[in-house]
Ligand binder design. Sequence first.
Ligand SMILES: [Zn+2]
Length: 325
Amino acid sequence: MTLTVGTAIAATGSRARGVIPVTTFGGGRALDIPVIVLHGAQPGPCVWVDAAIHGDEPEGTLCCHMLDAALDPSTMHGSVVLVPVLNVPAYEAAQRGNPLDTFSYDLNRIYPGREQGYLTERIAYAHSTWMRAVADFEISIHSGGAHSYLAETIFTTTQPEAIELAKAMGTDWKLILKNIRPQGSPPAVMFEAGKYGLTVELGGRSATSPTAFQQCARTLTEGILNVLRYYHVIDGAATSAPTHYTGFQHALLAPVSGLFLAETDLQFLTFMQRGDVIATIVDVYGDVLAHLSAPADGMIFGLRALPNVQTGDWCCFFAEIEGEL
Ligand SMILES: [Zn+2]
């Protein structure tokens, strides 16, 4: 038996590369979604990994390369589909959305897409059609992109099976935030199909030095390998974080424009109390304009990358913690 995704046709126990065709550009070049299919020798679940849904988040792309190098389909029970770059025009432009599309710019807001829709809706449609048919589990890899850094954070729905999938990411992933009814994303398509998907976040502009970028991709890779161990696609014992915290996200926006100075002893994924200072914004003369503080008991899981800040800019991703999972 073969496993087919687009033009990639993998025989049992082997891998194949190919594309999901979308359309052709005016200059004659194809708009495709590249895929790597690893079809295990034995039956088992299909885990589908999506990277670079946002074109300025290439951590997942390197993670797909690492997964491809780490996996041997001849010993796998089940299959893995890797999409190293989902939003190709956005990736080529190193932008969040597709610069060629005014009306459906952000691919992660328009799923399941439309066959006869705007350009990016057609990318979503082509991708979601194959994913819905082939995948049992989906993992969407994100990061803070050009604007932020995000520490290890998972967003998932609240069914037990979805939380089980989130916990299967293993040791490094202790923050699992609720997205009760996802809309417009690949995990939302999985949810509608009665299957399970995750959004995982790690990395971004403040972690793109050679070692930091590789480390983000390695941590993502280890998490997904742990998922594959948990569901017995590959051999080995799966790990688990000792505690999992859950809650919901607050977006802390800049109250004023200026220079954003985060507290120098600030720690990601570490408990803070409501009112603890996160950052100070100063004006061009260095005088304090405003403080940003914790809106609840919880923890920071992301911070803006550039100290230059305008009123209303995203400054901090804060998780209000409701308890343990
Ligand atoms: Zn993203």
